[in-house]
Structure formats: C-alpha cells, structure tokens
Design a protein around this ligand. Sequence first.
Ligand SMILES: [Zn+2]
Length: 113
Amino acid sequence: MSYCEKCGAQMDDTTRFCPVCGAENTAAAAQVVDPNLPPQGLNVMAIVGMGLSGFGIPGIIVSAIAKKRANSGQYRHPLGPLATAGIVVSILMTIFWIAWLIFVVVGLRELNY
Ligand SMILES: [Zn+2]
C-alpha cells in the first residue's frame, strides 16, 4: 500500500494515479518503468535499422543487433517484429543493389562496344 503524496489517500502500489485527486503515484510510476523498460537504445536501433534497410548490408547489421536485443529481455519487445522486417527489407535491398550493380556493369560494357 502507498499513500498519495498530494492528498494522502490510500491506494494500491500498482495504481498510477490517485483515485481521489488524480495526482501521479510516483512509487507506481517507478515500478511500472522497471519491468517494462526496453533494452537501452532498442527503439532507436530498430528504427535506424529500418531506415538503413534501403542501403542493404548496413540495415542488416543494425536490424540484426536490434533483433538480438529485442529477444534478450524477459518479454518480447514490440519492436522485435520491426527489427525482423528491417532484416528482410535489408536483404531484399541488398539483392536489389547487387542486381543494379550487375545491370550497370553490363550496361557500361555494352556501351563500350
Ligand atoms: Zn491524491
């Protein structure tokens, strides 16, 4: 049991806001943050990985790290699927860039004739 800092009303430890005055239960807020906190920097990594996926290989590396971190916690992080998508898109883009490179090289060779 904890007590509201503002009005002193008794409330459950897990209650985020005081049922009487609506003030935030700082004890609950601190508890809530602890188990649900995503691994540090994961959000950024998953999003950056997705952003880099257009470049191919850098996207694979960053997304793979983000996915590893997403699966390392005690819970499945919601950004895990985004990291997976980042890997898939990165692989597709790598294939695209290789195909593009071959296309350019072949095209240049034909121009020389
Ligand atoms: Zn209160």
